[in-house]
Design a protein around this ligand. Sequence first.
Ligand SMILES: Nc1ncnc2c1ncn2[C@@H]1O[C@H](COP(=O)(O)OP(=O)(O)OP(=O)(O)O)[C@@H](O)[C@H]1O
Length: 309
Amino acid sequence: MSKKMLFIYNPMAGKEQIKNKLSEIIQIFCKEGFEVTIFATRGREDATKIIEKKGERYDYIVCSGGDGTMNEVATGIMKLEKRPICGYIPAGTVNDFASSLKIPRVMKNAASLIADGDVFNCDMGKFNDRYFTYVAGFGAFTEVSYQTPQEWKNALGKAAYFIEALKHIADIKPHHMKIEYDGGVIEDEFILGLISNSVSVAGYKYYEKKNIKMDDGLFEALLIKSLKNPIELQQVLNALLSKQLDAENMCYLSSSFIHIISDDDIQWTIDGEDGGCCKDAYMQNMKEALSIICDRRALAKVSSKRAIE
Ligand SMILES: Nc1ncnc2c1ncn2[C@@H]1O[C@H](COP(=O)(O)OP(=O)(O)OP(=O)(O)O)[C@@H](O)[C@H]1O
């Protein structure tokens, strides 16, 4: 019996990367016995809407685009009762989510993986009434992915985000907030927070020393307190570069939920896109909610159910 696939792609993502690859990708799917319906997105939330409307008719929903498109597709799937298996062909600049799951950057290899790969039940994040696949954040680094000029992204790739972030860190206004998590509360002034379910954020593998699992029902939260002088700033930058996440003025914790209540509105970023402003952000880990195809080698690293091979 043929497997029904809805293939959704953002034609504009990552320098219109898919333009010359589409035919090859579709041929791979057809050769592998998929019956493919193709949908090109036209703008914001298009992917989510088509999935909400028609997603349950398919066995697989495969998307191609950047982290923003992946987010919109995962959001659509979360809204379905009968959730199809998700596949991803990355086409953006950074693709943190894809790199955590070892999904190839070469599009035809990622397409072949859809037929060959393993299904991984990945945790998803819920942020108030929205969803995220790998990160919700505020402050210095988080504003970067949509502030970094496109020409920099194209020329420098991952380095562009980091350089832009370093430029901004000193200008960021601290926010007074209360942070509730499994078994604890912190109250302080913070300039940055990253709540993630990924081994890589903004292109940097900050968490690689921490043995992060993406199906354990836990977020990792990295918070940086308000910095009083250039020495403290330097210490934090050094700690970030050497991936020492529990240094002075930094908090690192794991929790199934994170509730952040701030005195003033905070600008959030969700999976690298604008996440809007709010004073009250409740983030709940949705354990193993998204079934996504990934490389077998990634499972050994990101799944709590597999012993390291
Ligand atoms: N045809 C389109 N034209 C313009 N924007 C689109 C179109 N289709 C979808 N979008 C919107 O563009 C946003 C960003 O797209 P996406 O993340 O796929 O690419 P990108 O920005 O190039 O990738 P990255 O941010 O990873 O570099 C999506 O959230 C989506 O809402």
